[in-house]
Design a protein around this ligand. Structure first.
Ligand SMILES: NC(=O)c1ccc[n+]([C@@H]2O[C@H](COP(=O)([O-])OP(=O)(O)OC[C@H]3O[C@@H](n4cnc5c(N)ncnc54)[C@H](OP(=O)(O)O)[C@@H]3O)[C@@H](O)[C@H]2O)c1
Length: 282
């Protein structure tokens, strides 16, 4: 698996696995565990989760999937904004560690910006880092202005990533956030790379131009959507998949090389932003 370096110098795989909606249905638990293990077997060892997902249920699925394989994985989890004060961060992290069955989370993120001052959250993250409970920390759903403010806050120079919604149909970050992150050397972690709601996904993957490009590569539209993200510098993508064929396809997307013609056609089908727009979030 290809990696990139976080600002701390730690390597992180550029393609991982999401876990939103895992852990909600006990009948699906084994299927979800098997899915994450298959992904790990294929090299997608970055696993993204959050205390929010199934209110801890997704972290328990991850814990079961990585049991005995901790050394192979790069674990990302997130704290709720309402738990992001000094004591709350500490307690939330301990709960996540317990559910995941590990001593340390590789990358711990503030899930989105809430009412707690950034200084307080970032200082709490620093303490967790010093205590060895997390290796790196970052943020999620932060737009450019939030990032600027966070970078200037105490501890802000250690922000390792911004995890944001980014895919072919949601390219708004290319206007301001992405160039800013590039200048600062902060990687972007693209969530919902395939669009998470069925209607949005149908609209994106059903695009005729995308389908034509996919045909040329003997690939699926989803693979082209992922390949388009994965060719970008300093970018990490975290598709979520439970179906084994989806997991295999997602891994194989890493090997697709898009041509200049493909990229030009993609820009016609899914135009880049022409003005600044607020960050998309879901
Ligand atoms: N920080 C945040 O606020 C935030 C917000 C949203 C998501 N996230 C993270 O990002 C991860 C990914 O985002 P997401 O789950 O919203 O959406 P996504 O990964 O873009 O899409 C997931 C959907 O795509 C399907 N899929 C996966 N691979 C496919 C393929 N090769 N071909 C066709 N369909 C495929 C999955 O089906 P099956 O499962 O049936 O295989 C699932 O229905 C989340 O799981 C979560 O970890 C973070």
């Amino acid at each position: 698996m290809k990696t990139l370096l976080l600002p701390s110098g730690s390597p992180i795989p550029i393609l991982g696995q999401g876990t939103w909606y895992m852990g909600e249905d006990p009948m699906q638990k084994q299927r979800e565990i098997d899915a994450l293990r298959l992904g790990m077997d294929l090299g997608m060892t970055l696993i993204d989760t959050a205390e929010m997902y199934a209110e801890g249920g997704a972290e328990e699925v991850v814990g079961a999937a990585i049991a005995g394989r901790r050394d192979e994985v790069f674990l990302v989890s997130k704290v709720y904004p309402h738990n992001a004060d000094r004591r709350g961060v500490q307690a939330a992290c301990e709960r996540s560690l317990r559910r995941l069955g590990v001593d340390c989370i590789d990358l711990y993120l503030l899930h989105w910006r809430g009412a707690v001052p950034l200084d307080e959250t970032l200082t709490a993250f620093e303490s967790l880092k010093q205590a060895g409970k997390i290796r790196d920390f970052g943020v999620s759903n932060f737009d450019r202005a939030d990032m600027q403010e966070a970078a200037e806050a105490r501890g802000g120079e250690q922000i390792a990533v911004d995890q944001v919604l980014y895919n072919l149909t949601k390219r708004g970050i290319e206007w301001a956030l992405r160039p800013w992150c590039r200048e600062q050397g902060i990687p972007v972690m693209a969530y919902s790379p395939l669009e998470s709601t069925p209607a949005d996904q149908r609209r994106m993957l059903g695009n005729p131009r995308l389908q034509a490009i996919a045909q040329r590569h003997n690939a699926s539209p989803a693979q082209i959507a992922l390949a388009w993200l994965l060719r970008q510098e300093n970018l990490i993508a975290i598709p979520k998949a439970v179906a084994p064929e989806h997991i295999r396809q997602n891994r194989a997307a890493l090997d697709i090389v898009l041509t200049d013609q493909d990229l030009a056609e993609i820009d016609i089908a899914f135009p880049p932003p022409r003005r600044d727009t607020p960050l998309d979030m879901r």
